[in-house]
Ligand binder design. Structure first.
Ligand code: SAH
Length: 367
């Protein structure tokens, strides 16, 4: 297929998308990157939004085969930050002009956990209102599958965005990556519920898990489009040695560069197909290459998530091996990311939630 001709199109078939994702010729990869960057600048502007990331608990009731904090991993030191600790990080985040934060954790449905999250959201909203941020910090939750009532409660408390990765939209891959009690249909139902409640909704996939094909990844991008998703967070799969997927280590080590490059191409192609969504340059990209996040930005990403998890907990939130910046303070992380944003030729957003243009477009269609 003629890649340059596909890049001129405004709508794409699964075959078109698969053809773009398969490109490895550096000259054509650059064409795809440049097209993604120009769509980004035209549809979203040059600002990169920051979301301070607080990984506030690694306690998890799930057993995802790829994840380092899965329930069955017994040597993990489990922690849950207190509401005061979380609020302290959040107020620092607001004082630095970040505008938004992400509260991420393992998945739990018990009431003491949900009470904690609700209390944190309410307190953060109260304590971070200021002349610069009259609505307080924007809060994104990433705490897995929950009931409709819980999602509604947390929305009412003031959270307005939610990230729930589909991991893979392929029923066969989803089933291979998760124990049978975790169902693809239930994740899809959660995404629909979140949207119906009024959240801005993010999803995403892991890239490069052995067995995943280009056709699967093309179907993932169509899934994002058909679900009318506002935000995308996706990144390379990285092996954790103490998981059932540890046997992939040899193959993943051999494919490392290819998986990294494919992750960048996925960001670019997602930007080309979805246009006005927010796309994160994730930490996992940086794990694979020291310039991973800048490269993500240059391929069409417009969100970064500086670490705010206190250093004494960071080493216990290891979803995969080799996670970067384990000993950096939140202050160091801030300086480092600002430099990376500038190196990518972009401006840093300040004191604004930085919501996706796609969300406003879909709201105005509803009215
Ligand atoms: N419990 C929350 C947060 C999960 S951690 C939830 O279920 O939404 C956030 C993301 O990390 C996951 O969605 C998954 O895509 C990613 N992740 C987990 N293990 C990983 C690994 N080994 N390599 C790369 N990404 C991984």
């Amino acid at each position: 297929m003629n890649i340059e001709a596909i890049l001129e199109q405004n709508s794409f078939t699964q075959q078109d998308i698969a053809a773009l994702i398969s490109v490895t010729d550096p000259r054509l990869c650059e064409k795809i990157r440049a097209r993604a960057e120009s769509i980004l600048l035209e549809r979203c502007g040059d600002i990169v939004w920051r979301r301070g990331l607080i990984e506030f608990s690694n306690v998890c009731a799930r057993n995802c085969y790829y994840c380092g904090i899965r329930r069955a991993h017994k040597t993990v030191r489990r922690y849950t930050m207190t509401c005061e600790e979380i609020v302290e990080q959040a107020t620092w985040c607001a004082s630095q002009g970040y505008g938004s934060l992400v509260l991420q954790s393992g998945e739990r449905q018990d009431s003491s956990f949900i009470d904690l999250v609700e209390r944190c959201v309410r307190t953060i909203k109260e304590r971070t209102r200021s002349a610069l941020l009259p609505r307080g910090l924007g809060i994104t939750l990433c705490i897995g599958e929950q009931s409709r009532q819980t999602y509604q409660r947390l929305f009412d408390a003031g959270a307005h965005r939610y990230l729930l990765r589909i991991e893979s939209s392929s029923p066969h891959l989803f089933a291979a990556w998760h124990p049978s009690e975790q169902k693809l249909e239930s994740r899809i139902a959660c995404l629909k519920t979140l949207k119906a409640i009024g959240y801005q909704v993010g999803t995403g996939v892991m890239i490069g898990v052995p067995g995943q094909t280009v056709a699967d990844l093309a179907a993932d991008i169509l899934f994002f489009r058909d679900m009318d998703i506002d935000m995308i967070g996706m990144g390379p799969y990285i092996v954790h040695p103490r998981t059932p997927f540890a046997h992939h280590a040899g193959q993943m080590a051999q494919n490392r560069q290819a998986v990294f490059e494919r992750s960048l191409t996925m960001i670019a192609v997602t930007r080309i197909v979805l246009r006005d969504v927010n796309i994160a340059a994730t930490t996992a990209l940086q794990t694979m290459d020291p310039t991973g996040r800048e490269q993500g930005l240059r391929h069409g990403a417009n969100v970064v998530m500086p670490q705010l998890t206190p250093a004494d907990h960071r080493a216990d939130y290891l979803l995969y091996e080799g996670k970067p910046c384990l000993d950096e303070t939140a202050q160091q992380c801030k300086g480092c990311l600002e430099a990376r944003i500038a190196a990518a030729g972009r401006r840093t957003g300040c004191d604004d939630w930085g919501d996706a243009n796609h969300f406003f477009a879909r709201q105005s269609l509803k009215q």
